[in-house]
Design a binder for this molecule. Structure first.
Ligand code: CAA
Length: 387
């Protein structure tokens, strides 16, 4: 059998990888160290990605986007993360913020906001977490109260990626207190709406180029048609969104880890000790082999999860959690090992692997900690959903 496409990327997906890699080598990687050092938004990457519609590749063509499928989107995020993790949050968070619209939004909302996102008129952030509602997202306190043809939103959202940079915000808020998950609804809030403001950027260990801020909603009055889906469906939409976008965090983790493997491999062949390259020592070879093996396993699980995301398979919940959990643990291990390969040099800011190690950590935490992923996976296994 000469034609056996199973477990191989199509030519189109390969072409996407090559195009993003070339773009990132030229216009993202050169700024990665400065973006981290100065904790500044990666404008160069934002412009470069937007020039080829990769700032939000997932937006369907009918709304003016590139129409990348879930696997192509994963490849874009992976390749950007290989160069600069902060920059990879541009396509990743644009998908996270706009996925509720794709899953449950009215046609009017989709046309308006996905169109604006595709045209580069503004990014999309996702506002679920609150100071007292992190893993326990159902216990959120942000309220939305109906007032005639409007909803009025009040509350504080926390850990919001790209807050202040994004023009658009998907906000989950309580519309029926006491109804728990069934009393939560989702809305689109714009940065220009009166009453929205932002906290100071958090001072973080990694992904320093991507601002993380609180979002304050002080009597924000929005038209009733900005509700995404029906009243009371916001929590389900938020969870379904994460099923898809945990796959993109897995992709980010794979990309960070691959960047570390690439650097460690090159370094090990150049660095001489005891009269020969350190790559000639079996102790180093075993370390490099484990790193390469883990990244490849994480990549395969991530791509398998992307397939489920594209098709909307019933076992996506399991696969999204498994890919994000596994790949992020791999990213943490592999970047730590890359620092080890470089020894003392790896521990300094003169080399990129310490940045990659710091950037990797967040992938074990956001879009649900890896402890939450294990809860999600166990529930799916016990319910017999995972095939
Ligand atoms: N698809 C569809 N519906 C789902 C679902 C899914 N994947 N997961 C849950 N639901 C539904 C349930 O069926 C349930 O509905 P019923 O009441 O009709 O049965 C309802 O939602 C409530 O679900 P649970 O009973 O499972 O709720 P729970 O309180 O036990 O919590 C949890 C479950 C898995 C712990 C969930 O709260 C969770 O995922 N927590 C982590 C939140 C998270 O990932 N936060 C990250 C925010 S994004 C971010 O990081 C910011 C950023 O900018 C990057």
């Amino acid at each position: 059998m000469s034609d056996f496409p199973l477990f191989a990327l199509s030519e189109e997906h390969q072409a996407v990888r090559e195009a993003v890699r070339d773009l990132c080598d030229a216009k993202v990687a050169p700024y990665a160290a400065a973006v981290d050092e100065e904790a500044r938004y990666p404008r160069e990457a934002a412009e470069a990605l937007q020039s080829v519609d990769f700032h939000a590749p997932h937006v369907p063509e009918e709304y003016g986007g590139a129409g990348a499928d879930a696997l192509a989107t994963v490849i874009v995020i992976e390749e950007v993360a290989r160069a600069c993790a902060s920059s990879s949050l541009i396509p990743a968070v644009n998908k996270l913020g706009s996925m509720p619209l794709l899953l449950a939004g009215s046609e009017e909302l989709k046309k308006k906001y996905l169109g604006a996102l595709a045209r580069g008129e503004g990014g999309f952030s996702y506002c679920l977490s609150e100071p007292e509602a992190g893993s326990d997202a159902v216990s959120m306190k942000t309220r939305a109260v109906r007032d005639g043809d409007h909803w009025v939103l009040d509350g504080v959202k926390r850990w919001i990626t790209n807050a202040g940079e994004s023009e658009f915000y998907t906000v989950m808020a309580v519309t029926d207190p006491g109804a728990r998950a069934k009393g939560i609804s989702a809305f689109v809030v714009e940065q220009g709406d009166e009453g929205i403001s932002f906290g100071a950027p958090e001072k973080k260990l990694g992904i320093k180029g991507s601002p993380t801020r609180e979002v304050y909603l002080d009597k924000v009055r929005i038209p009733a048609d900005r509700m995404i889906g029906d009243e009371g469906t916001g929590f389900e939409t938020a969870m379904r969104t994460l099923d898809h976008t945990r796959v993109t965090i897995a992709a980010q983790a794979v990309g960070i880890a691959q960047g570390a493997v690439d650097y460690a491999l090159a370094y090990a062949q150049e660095r001489q000790q005891f009269g020969k390259p350190i790559a000639d020592f079996q102790g180093l070879q075993f370390l490099l082999a484990d790193m390469g093996m883990k990244v490849e396993a994480a990549r395969q699980l991530t791509y398998a999860a992307a397939g489920r995301s594209e098709r909307g398979d019933a076992d996506l919940t399991f696969f999204g959690a498994a890919a994000k959990c596994f790949a992020s643990d791999v990213a943490m291990e592999v970047t730590t090992d890359a620092v080890q390969v470089l020894g003392g040099y790896g521990y300094t800011r003169d080399y990129p692997v310490e940045r990659m190690m710091r950037d990797a950590k967040i992938t074990q935490i956001y879009e649900g900690t890896n402890q939450v992923q294990r809860i999600v996976m166990a529930r799916q296994l016990l319910a017999g959903v995972q095939s």
